[in-house]
Design a protein around this ligand. Sequence first.
Ligand SMILES: [Zn+2]
Length: 343
Amino acid sequence: MSWHSIRGHDAVAASLKRSLVRGRFPHALLFVGPEGIGKRTFALKLAQSLLCQRSEEADLDPCEVCPSCLQVKAGNHPDVLQVERPPDRHELPIAVIRDLCLDLGLKPMMGPRKLAIVNDADDLNDEAANAFLKTLEEPPPGSILILIATSAEAQLETILSRCRVVRFDPLPEAELAAVLQEQGVAPDPAEAARLAKLGEGSVSRARGLASREIESFRRDLFDALADPRGFDPSSLAKRVHEFVKDAGKEGVDQRQRASLLMGELARFFRGLLWQTAGLTPPSPDPDDRRAIAALAERLNPEDVFVLADRALEAAYHIERKVYMSVILESLTHDLGALINPRA
Ligand SMILES: [Zn+2]
């Protein structure tokens, strides 16, 4: 059985436990790994373990019923401080970090220590990171900081050198399929297996792709790209933008949908690379493979590399919160130039 039903990260739990037993638990941890694989859930379970009033902290086995465990679970434990990038901001504001450091300096209210969880650590700018350094270097006695990010490479050297880096791997396909079944995203085992393949180790990605709307939009998008008559770049950009806006009023929902689509586009072009190399694309979807084969017939292999790069670049800019309409316009323009039949 996995550590407290958190699938796929038993090795991380075991290694943290060893540090606790030896009395060498780090005061600053940097969790890195792809989005949607359970880093935040893991951090909260760790907070529960370290604050539980009934079990020994080195057991990493919170009782789940003491007042402290219940409050961590409910998200209102006074000694667990959580910050994240506000949905309407591109970066974690310096004021948020300053307040966090001040708060961390106050005495714990309930237990022996305070814990701070910094989500979206990828979005710490130089200024906010600098404001954080002193606390990271020398946190108030007993307190523990957990930074959550997607990659160690994206962090500033000053942050990196003050943290123990803890790597979280994408979930293995079988584990991911099991999670999708447990969470009721895909009760049918065959559907769970298909989504697990598409999810590439990420629960949030697989969940996103489980929607019928996304399923049919990605189909239309790939078919438009593979259409032998070509496509109109600006009307395609408009269609994608409309679909992204339909995700909801909140910027965060729209960006999530846009990232999901860019990820799918990158996957499609990656499949195209396999095809041009004479291999069968790894996509579990036969319609994808058909579209890929049709497109590969009429493209120069060197253009296929450019297409794959271009989709990744657009995904990068969406993550970096560049204006959506600008990204989509320039992306479809470039795709059109590479894919559309030359007049
Ligand atoms: Zn407890």
